[in-house]
Design a protein around this ligand. Structure first.
Ligand code: UD2
Ligand code: MN
Length: 506
């Protein structure tokens, strides 16, 4: 039933050793039945939904490169066992040029013995494609009305397919994501997550999960209704097969891993479709902390793929990506920043008459903070007497930490990019400068709460002081790289003087 696996000390040792290679607990996975059941963790309303008799059928495309045996086969069993045969047209295993033992003849034999009706097919890429082109190859081989893509380490939950094909029947231009439950990489337990998140992104073009926005809570009439999401995580989604190709499939210039998820998300919204999460469709996925496969040529494929997407889809807003990736701005053979030719994708955008990225931000993702638009000031925040600037010191901004100081980098470090927002927050993309306000208390960066209080700061352009809601002034603690900042009684001294790189005004 998806419960955790307990290992003996001896097995645990073996598991730890293999964890480094596989990035998940293969020993535990090998001990679990390939067709294990998982607990039905859907909202109770879901089992009361009735679906139409006639619905489109689906080709489930599972791409893999050197996936371990047990998670791969468990994925296939869960698809076949928990999909009604009338809606499951075929399962396509797209082997992206694996060279791992067991994935050749052994796999073919297992499939022939287990599913003699031919419902499961293997298609082999003639050379390594990377996951993006691999998905396209799989999609081209498919003949069902709907495509469903899965990673090769998933487990589909009860009635996962019906709500996907039902919604595509209603709306052929919807890309649909199941809710992604978490299969713990260590214990292999299947853990349901809530239905309270949608997809977002960082300006560095990494994917993020975000709380369900208020407007979406209001729009939906019931908990089984689909949730509109600005972006998707990437691996697990369904689309009308013809529609998937009509809106341009994937960018074939993208290599190995990364970026294609935001690219297809921006594209579908900007070109007239929708992206929706389907609360009654749940699929578990093993989240691995590293990639158990090679990146040919050691390329930064996430960076280069993201550059393509920024250039094609983000209009002027690509500047915010390049704030994080100056190294990709100029084509410098030393840094391998050549993302190739993307004129075909620009042509696609024109052919489909897609809307602007500004339209996307305003209409699909209005919560997204734009660091240099509608703000009072932005850029470096500099203490002139020391030439130190506020700096995140590269700490993980999903965490709470004390804000630091570092020698001003003249705008080349995204760590020094701060904004003074219209609601008087001194902030980054998601986190705000926060102080409890006591004399000498440190200033932290923590998630913005949007209700002023400890996160309210006002800038006085004449005196150049930054005043906290407590009435105290932002002060630097120590004059050194890595030093901290605090709030102190305002005293007009040099340590309380700050200048913004760009001051626009309220
Ligand atoms: C997430 C997505 C993944 C993909 C990626 C961004 C989920 C749950 N997963 O990363 O699908 O969108 O973000 O690019 O949303 N693979 C190949 N050939 C390769 C490399 C990988 O076929 O050269 C396969 C791999 O075996 C797996 C799938 O592609 O089935 C995704 O790779 P991953 O599981 O390493 O990606 P993940 O989940 O970290
Ligand atoms: Mn994956």
């Amino acid at each position: 039933m998806g419960r955790r696996v307990e290992l003996s000390a001896e097995k645990q040792e073996e598991a730890d050793k293999l964890f480094k290679k596989e990035a998940f607990n293969i020993v535990a996975s090998d001990m679990i039945a390939l067709n294990r059941s998982v607990s039905d963790n859907r909202d109770p309303q879901c089992s009361r939904v009735s679906y139409p008799k006639v619905m489109p059928n689906a080709s489930v495309v599972i791409i893999f490169h050197n996936e371990a045996w047990s998670p791969l086969l468990r994925t296939v069993h869960s698809v076949v066992n928990r999909s009604p045969p009338e809606y499951l047209h075929e399962v396509i295993l797209l082997d992206d040029f694996s060279d791992r033992a067991g994935l050749g003849e052994k796999l073919d034999g297992y499939i022939k013995d287990t599913w003699p009706d031919g419902i499961v097919k293997v298609v082999r890429a003639p050379e390594r494609q990377g996951l993006i082109r691999a998905r396209v190859l799989g999609a081209k081989a498919a003949t069902g009305e709907v495509l469903v893509f899965l990673d090769s380490h998933c487990e589909c939950n009860v009635q996962w397919l019906e709500p996907l094909v039902a919604r595509i029947k209603e709306s052929r231009s919807a890309l649909l994501c199941p809710m992604i439950d978490v299969i713990d990489a260590k214990a292999m337990s299947y853990n349901g997550i809530g239905a309270g998140s949608v997809g977002g992104f960082w300006w560095s073009l990494h994917f993020s999960w975000r709380p369900l926005p208020q407007r979406e809570r209001k729009r939906r009439k019931s908990s089984v209704e689909t949730i509109r999401s600005p972006t998707m995580a990437g691996g697990l989604f369904a689309a009308d097969r013809k529609y998937f190709f009509e809106i341009g499939g994937y960018d074939p210039g993208m290599d190995v891993w990364g970026g294609e998820n935001l690219e297809i998300s921006f594209r579908v919204w900007m070109c007239g479709g929708t992206l929706e999460f389907v609360p009654c469709s749940r699929v578990g996925h093993i989240f691995r902390s590293s990639h158990p496969y090679t990146f040919p040529g050691n390329k930064d494929t996430h960076g280069l793929n993201s550059k393509r997407l920024a250039e094609v889809w983000m209009d002027g807003y690509k500047r915010l990506f390049y704030h994080h990736r100056r190294d990709l701005l100029v084509i410098n053979p030393q840094f391998n920043a050549d993302a190739g030719d993307f004129s075909d994708r620009l042509q696609l955008r024109r052919d489909l008459k897609c809307k602007s990225f500004k339209w996307y931000l305003e209409n699909v993702y209005p919560e997204k903070f734009i660091p240099d638009e509608n703000v009072i000031a932005y850029g470096m925040v500099r203490n002139p007497s020391s030439n130190l600037c506020l700096d995140t010191l590269s700490k993980d901004e999903k965490m709470v930490f004390n804000l630091g100081l570092y020698g001003c980098q003249g705008g080349v470090s995204s760590n020094q990019l701060f904004s003074l927002s219209q609601s008087n927050e001194l902030r980054r993309e998601e986190s705000c400068m926060d102080s409890v306000g006591g004399e000498g208390s440190p200033v932290k960066l923590m998630p913005c709460h949007g209700s002023r209080g400890h996160q309210e700061w006002t800038y006085n352009l004449e005196t150049k002081v930054i005043v906290h809601s407590s009435g105290k002034c932002l002060d630097k603690v120590e004059e050194k790289n890595g030093g901290e900042v605090k709030v102190e009684k305002c005293n007009g001294k040099d340590s309380q003087i700050w200048e913004f790189e760009n001051y626009i005004g309220p």
